[in-house]
Write a protein of this length. Structure first.
Lengths: 473, 406
């Protein structure tokens, strides 16, 4: 299939929808969820998850999103003590939430390195059928043997191989989801429960997997699970452009969001898909109040609880590779040098290695220039700093309306900074402001995630489903 | 049928038994879908799970089990939802029934199995259990690109996975989440433990290790009850009676079931077992009898119903089969429950048998006082008469402190 033929008239140009939607990311393992205040609830009780999901659904959110980490984070060789940690398995939790929600999408982050394609595809298809077509898979890939130590299959991959491996996995999963004929299961008493020859056997023999399976689930109301992808490297972006429906991006700031959109549109067109075929939902945090000033004060308070003195020191320790507890968190950055060549960092935190001494010098200079203490410096480094929208409900709504107007993003994946009340003000105050501006849905478009995101039903790709003699009509 | 006494009534708080119902598909008979009270395309969805679990719970069943794995090829039901997810879906919408999915130990990553089962315990308020499966099915091996495990290897695989699960469940002590504001510590890392599991010498499959700790705190029940088919469990290992909380016993006929159960109980009690999931030392696992059931329904005799089903597809079941009236089944179960701790019923046609069981059989058994009440706190362990177990790492620490050199 040539690229020119595949782009139909009108699909080569990106068309802003004029709307934004919300998803919620219940993080579970991170430094942004505050716990040092009495209102902070359990990170594991089902009621916390139910409350967030049902509040999100009241606010017409498109998706409820869960992360995954398959090894407990470590700091200087021991489990990391300072942040929220310990969370239920994503798909198990989402299957439970499916029974107490009706419209919201259920997005499970699942790793391609430590799962088998046939098993993972089957579990995602199960979630999709149980939820009436609301399942999605956020595809992530890991290359390290450190996480692999929890698995009998191990799991070390060359870094460069990660996406080769992941793409073969995703294509196999799609073939499994494509394997049943439409309406294969009888709608009334019949001679056979499913139409004879209704299913194609899926076989894959590759460098990383061998699969030979007769899939045992029919298509769901949304055909197959929606695919999310979050990798930001050029390889990750191209992978998303070829395979994903939604990108969970790291670029919420307006200019960066516009640039990212342009990049993704170009990559999506190059992959032979339509300009609007891949949606973008950046990570974000909202600190809101009735007035801008109250919101700024609230932000100070939230930040003080996110980055305490211990977190600030621990943050530097992971780059210095040594204990720094003798340094004053409200004083300047340590004048001693890191003891490591490359940073060990908090294992499992998703950072990459860096040259430790160079980094330390740069940071000292940056902190000195700005007159920052350790704590102020670390606050400036946390990932959330760029993704926070702070202000009154109406001013933030004005800001978001501009994103909608130009189509910078399709929505925001919101990380509540407190569980379980963290969506209340967004749903009670921000959503109505956005609805008044005509940039937010006023009802769910349908019952499936695909309908609610406005994604087209994917067509079965015949070339992805090679016929196996004797099993196809 | 002779009525046998329980071998060791002292270890059980109640002489009354419990009932589990297998909820897979449209029933245990392969042709059940033809007699189901819904159309085939209404089987594989959440509403079906909700309605069947709630029907079983309101009928008074103590536990629901969910079979997993490949389905038979042919004209019958060709689809099956993942068992653990069905159980999880049922968690928030049910209140007292234990939810026990079958989870394979041969082709499933033990770390995933352990963390998913722990998560099931959280979403069900402590009503989760694990029905251990050890698949020797070539289709399951091919699906994940592995060679099929030999028959003799299955118990080794099961034993390894169960041990991984139990270690990971204990890898967070109960009070590991401290939320200590003055020191800024959310976790007390002294209360987290590496599982450091390694398959033993002589493990028939490829050796493996699991590091840990778990990625989820200790399950609400501490340890989920572990149920396993009796054929996988032996006093000679590798899956020891002390590693499981209940065994499932099958016999070729209903008449032989009580005797077989008594024999299994005597075998397991011979060495006394160990602390099953931290239970009292010396306690043997509970014994659960497996029974296929076909009942008279709506004026049609059970035998005639069975004949109709058999005309479509032959039922090849390894379990004892009861075919008769509700009153006869109540008599049979009352006798059987005097010998075993529980009975798992496999209904020929779920919609049909469950109606009869709910209206006629369970009320009669309750009237006779042979059924345990539903566990008050809802925990599955409580139903099995198991205490909340002490954490193995807490125990080890205490023993070390008392006098052993560290």
């Amino acid at each position: 299939m040539s690229q020119e033929n595949s782009i139909q008239h009108g699909r080569a140009t990106f068309q802003p929808s004029g709307k934004i939607q919300f998803g919620v990311f219940f993080q579970g393992v991170n430094s942004g969820t505050i716990w040092k205040t009495p209102e902070a609830g359990s990170q594991t009780d089902f009621e916390s998850f139910r409350r967030i999901a049902q509040t999100a659904e009241r606010g017409l959110f498109a998706a409820f999103f869960l992360g995954e980490g398959l090894r407990l984070r470590e700091h200087l060789g021991r489990p990391h003590a300072l942040d929220v940690a310990g969370r239920p398995d994503a798909q198990t939790m989402l299957a439970a939430l499916a029974s107490v929600t009706r419209n919201i999408g259920l997005v499970a982050t699942q790793n391609t390195t430590y799962n088998d394609p046939a098993d993972l595809a089957h579990r995602l298809a199960s979630l999709d059928l149980l939820s009436g077509g609301r399942a999605a898979w956020n595809v992530v890939t890991t290359d390290n043997a450190w996480t692999g130590a929890n698995f009998r299959r191990g799991g070390y991959l060359d870094h460069a191989d990660r996406y080769v491996h992941a793409e073969a996995f995703v294509q196999t999963a799609k073939r499994i989801w494509d394997s049943w004929e439409d309406d294969a299961v009888a709608a009334s008493t019949a001679d056979s429960w499913a139409a004879p020859g209704h299913v194609r056997t899926v076989r894959h023999e590759g460098q990383h997997y061998t699969v030979d399976v007769t899939p045992r689930l029919p298509r769901s109301a949304q055909y197959r699970p929606v695919l999310f992808q979050a990798g930001d490297s050029p390889e990750g972006r191209d992978f998303a452009a070829r395979q994903a429906d939604v990108i969970f991006s790291a670029h919420p700031k307006f200019e960066a969001a516009v640039t990212f959109r342009e990049d993704i549109v170009a990559r999506t067109l190059a992959a032979g898909r339509g300009a609007n075929d891949v949606q973008i939902f950046p990570a974000s945090e909202f600190i809101l109040a009735a007035t801008d000033e109250e919101a700024r004060e609230k932000k100070e308070w939230v930040r003080s609880l996110q980055i305490g003195p211990q977190q600030a020191i621990a943050y530097l320790e992971q780059f210095w590779g040594r204990e720094l507890s003798s340094f004053d968190p409200d004083g300047p950055l340590p004048d001693i040098d890191p003891v490591v060549e490359t940073t060990s960092e908090t294992r499992g935190s998703g950072f990459h290695g860096a040259k430790a001494r160079e980094l330390a010098e740069q940071w000292r200079a940056e902190a000195a220039e700005n007159g920052w203490s350790i704590r102020q410096f670390v606050s400036s480094r946390t990932a959330r700093i760029d993704s926070t929208f702070t202000g009154s409900y109406s001013s933030v709504a004005d800001t978001l309306a501009e994103y909608a107007r130009v189509g910078a993003v399709d929505g925001f994946n919101i990380s509540p900074w407190i569980i379980p009340s963290g969506l209340d003000d967004i749903v009670n105050h921000l959503v109505p402001e956005l609805q008044e501006r005509g940039v937010y849905p006023t009802e769910y478009a349908g019952t499936t995630l695909r309908e609610n995101l406005g994604l087209a039903t994917p067509e079965r790709s015949p070339e992805l489903v090679p016929a196996v003699a004797g099993r196809v009509r | 049928m002779s009525i046998l006494r329980k071998a060791d009534p002292v270890t059980h708080s109640s002489t009354a038994g419990f009932l589990a119902l297998e909820l897979d598909g449209d029933g245990a008979h392969p042709a059940a879908w033809r007699k189901a009270r819904h159309t085939p395309d209404e089987l594989l969805n959440g509403e079906r799970i909700r309605s069947t679990v709630l029907a079983a719970e309101s009928a008074g069943f103590h536990a629901a089990t969910f079979a997993d794995g490949p389905v038979a090829e042919g004209r019958d039901v060709a689809g099956r939802l993942n068992a653990l997810q069905r159980a999880a879906f049922a968690g928030p919408v049910s209140g007292s029934i234990a939810l026990v999915p079958e989870v394979d130990t041969v082709y499933t990553e033990p770390f995933h199995a352990a963390t998913q089962l722990a998560s099931l315990d959280y979403v069900s308020g402590g009503r989760g259990g694990w029905l251990v499966k050890a698949s020797g099915d070539a289709r399951e091996a091919a699906a994940v690109g592995r060679s099929v495990a030999a028959e003799g290897a299955l118990a080794h695989e099961a034993a390894a996975s169960v041990e991984v699960g139990r270690r990971l469940w204990d890898s967070w002590e109960d009070d590991a989440v401290i939320r200590d504001v003055p020191t800024g510590r959310y976790l007390d890392v002294d209360k987290l433990h590496y599982a450091d599991y390694e398959t033993p010498d002589g493990f028939p499959g490829e050796a493996y290790s699991v590091k840990g700790p778990s990625i989820i705190p200790r399950p609400l029940q501490g340890q989920l009850p572990v149920l396993a088919p009796a054929r996988l469990v032996s006093v000679d290992g590798p899956l020891l009676p002390s590693a499981v909380d209940a065994v499932l016993v099958s016999a070729p006929t209903a008449e032989l079931l009580a005797a077989e159960a008594a024999e299994v109980r005597a075998h397991l009690a011979a060495v006394g077992g160990g602390p099953a999931g931290g239970g009292p030392a010396g306690r043997a696992p509970a014994v659960i009898a497996e029974l296929d059931v076909v009942l008279d329904s709506r004026g049609q005799a059970a035998a005639a119903r069975l004949a109709e089903l058999e005309a479509f597809t032959a039922w090849e079941s390894p379990r004892a089969r009861f075919v008769g009236t509700a009153a006869e089944l109540a008599d049979f179960l009352a006798e059987l429950l005097a010998v075993v701790d529980g009975v798992r019923i496999h209904p020929a046609v779920l919609d049909v048998e469950l109606e009869e069981l709910a209206q006629l059989v369970l009320p009669e058994l309750r009237r006779r006082g042979v059924l345990r009440p539903a566990a008050s706190g809802g925990a599955f362990r409580e139903l099995l008469g198991l205490e909340r177990p002490e954490n193995r790492y807490t125990t080890a620490l205490r023993n070390t402190t008392i006098g052993e050199p560290a």
